[in-house]
Design a protein around this ligand. Structure first.
Ligand code: HXC
Length: 257
């Protein structure tokens, strides 16, 4: 498949999607949305891909939804076209996803990063939900995922003032897993993704599904869900291999089944 607003690459079992609209700081217009979702879905269906990295440029991961594209629309336009609902598909991807964020991750850009399973930040990263300054509110899950990630006080402040937070603040607040020097971001993201892609893919999917369950249910139900899935791991060849390899003091060779 050929795309116009993103670049696709493969590094062994890692699929890389790079947002590529430099003239607009990777603003997420509808074409970008459809292309990212198509590429991620294609990687997700490919058993040869064990982790997906989503990234942007040095200056911007993405500076938000495309304001120029949104501007002329009426309520009925955005209601009937159900703007941004398609992004939900990205949250349903089963393969683990990493957002490698350098520069601006604002509005829809911050929301897109938060849809991913892990956010790895360059020391130049800046996160924010500046929609309020445009007379709108977050529309791709920002008010929900940011609140779950950093808590009410900081989410409220960011959504109500539009202030950006830098990488250090984002890490302290729990939004990002780690900060790396900007020059190392791409390599580090591939390295983390390669580690994940080296695990059993179905087991990684089960781990991802279990962690995500924490955001959808009570503690008791979540623990019950986890235990059922834990039991299910014993039905896989990779559990047999993983435990045998440990006992035999060798590296496991996962078959991803
Ligand atoms: C469309 C955008 C854009 C955006 C930047 N550009 N962000 N175009 N949509 N979100 C364009 C600019 O118009 C400009 O085009 C070019 O990219 C370079 O941007 P500059 O502003 O010149 O760069 P700089 O001065 O370095 O400032 C960077 C910036 C600023 C601070 C990130 O661009 C900015 O504030 N952008 C908007 C951020 C934002 O509000 N995002 C939230 C969007 S709403 P030209 O043609 O002039 O060179 C959103 C809502 C989600 O995401 C869902 C709810 C509705």
């Amino acid at each position: 498949t050929s795309y116009e607003t993103i670049l696709i690459d493969r590094k062994d079992r890692v699929g890389v999607i790079t947002l590529n609209r430099p003239e607009a700081l990777n603003a997420l217009n509808l074409q970008v949305m459809h292309e990212v979702i198509a590429a991620a879905t294609e990687f997700d269906r490919d058993p040869g891909i064990g982790c997906i990295v989503l990234t942007g440029s040095a200056k911007a991961f993405a500076a938000g939804a495309d304001i120029k594209e949104m501007q002329p629309n009426s309520y009925m336009d955005v209601y009937l076209a159900d703007w941004f609902t398609a992004w939900d598909r990205l949250a349903e991807i089963r393969t683990p996803t990493i957002a490698a964020v350098s520069g601006y991750a604002l509005g829809g850009g911050c929301e897109l990063a938060m849809i991913c399973d892990i956010i790895l930040a360059a020391d130049t990263a800046k996160f924010g939900q500046p929609e309020i300054k445009l007379g709108v509110i977050p529309g791709i899950g920002g008010s929900q995922r940011l609140t779950r990630a950093v808590g009410k006080a900081k989410a409220m402040e960011l959504c109500l003032t539009g202030r950006m937070m830098d990488a250090a603040e984002a890490e302290r607040a729990g939004l990002v897993s780690r900060i790396v020097p900007a020059a190392d971001l791409a390599d580090e993201a591939i390295s983390v993704a390669t580690t994940i892609a080296g695990m059993s893919l179905p087991i990684a999917m089960m781990a991802k599904e279990s962690v995500n369950r924490a955001f959808e249910t009570t503690l008791a139900e979540g623990v019950r869900f986890e235990r059922r899935v834990f039991h299910a791991t014993f039905a896989t060849a990779d559990q047999k291999e993983g435990m045998a390899a440990f006992v035999e003091k060798r590296k496991p060779t996962f078959e991803h089944r």
